[in-house]
Design a protein around this ligand. Structure first.
Ligand code: ADP
Length: 228
């Protein structure tokens, strides 16, 4: 669960990227954050990831107010989130299997748990047959599937994605969204910041729209634009 309570964020430059945001994303929700470039989407994502702190208000994640969270607790907060980016961010000199296993090494999972869990998530994203190849040997869509497997491998309660289909052609973008939908149906909360109008319209999920730092719309089954 993610709750923004009167959250504002002004950067050191004086730019107010988010102004008095109030919304709640419940456990199991699937929500798009949409808006023009520069409207504040990435700032909302960075606040959720606690890469940035609010200048005002409070942000509650999984029942805990993160506003005054001690720095040493931040890694534990992040473990509840799987993160996916536009540019995949895979390690180029590691195989698909190793890229996913790496995320488990970081949290000091046991070798036995790693051997069991990695094949399971690779199968979930449809890449069981690619475990030994390197990222450059994969298509963009496949690379994003690996990134999704890596995001899922530690069983996060939510997936946070910033423009996850930004580098993909429309068919591949749709495949990734379909996969995210399947993951959501298994109970994982999904939050996606995106420009991808066609995909948002087709998915008919919750749409939270930000415009110049203000939340201007929150539709339960929305399209990218309010007139749809
Ligand atoms: P979006 O993701 O919708 O493109 P951003 O959240 O990246 O929007 O940016 C919102 C506003 O905040 C923009 O005016 C942008 O220039 C500004 N901004 C973003 N990051 C920073 C930063 N680190 N320092 C100063 N201003 C920033």
């Amino acid at each position: 669960m993610i709750e923004f309570k009167n959250v504002s964020k002004t950067y050191a430059t004086g730019t107010e990227a988010v102004h008095n945001a109030n919304f709640k994303i419940e456990k199991g929700d699937f929500a798009f954050l949409v808006g023009a470039s520069g409207s504040g989407k990435s700032t909302l994502i960075k606040l959720i990831l606690k890469e940035e702190d609010p200048t005002d208000g409070s942000l509650i994640i999984n029942g805990r107010d993160t506003t005054f969270l001690k720095p040493k607790r931040v890694p534990y907060l992040r473990r509840s989130m799987g993160v996916v980016f536009q540019d995949f961010r895979l390690l180029p000199d590691k195989t698909v299997y190793e890229n996913v296993a790496f995320a488990m090494n970081i949290v000091k999972a046991t070798p036995k748990h790693i051997r069991r869990q990695v094949p399971m998530v690779l199968s979930l994203v449809g890449l069981s047959n690619k475990s030994k190849v390197y990222p450059h040997e994969l298509s963009g869509g496949e690379q994003q599937r690996v990134a999704l497997a890596r995001a899922l491998v530690n069983n996060p309660s939510m997936i946070i994605a910033d423009e996850p289909t930004g580098n993909l052609d429309p068919d591949t973008a749709w495949e990734i969204m379909t996969l995210l939908n399947e993951i959501n149906l298994r109970g994982t909360t999904i939050v996606i910041a995106t420009h991808a109008k066609d995909v948002v319209d087709k998915m008919k999920k919750r749409v939270i729209e930000i415009e110049n730092g203000n939340i201007v719309r929150d539709d339960r089954k929305g399209g990218y634009s309010s007139e749809i």
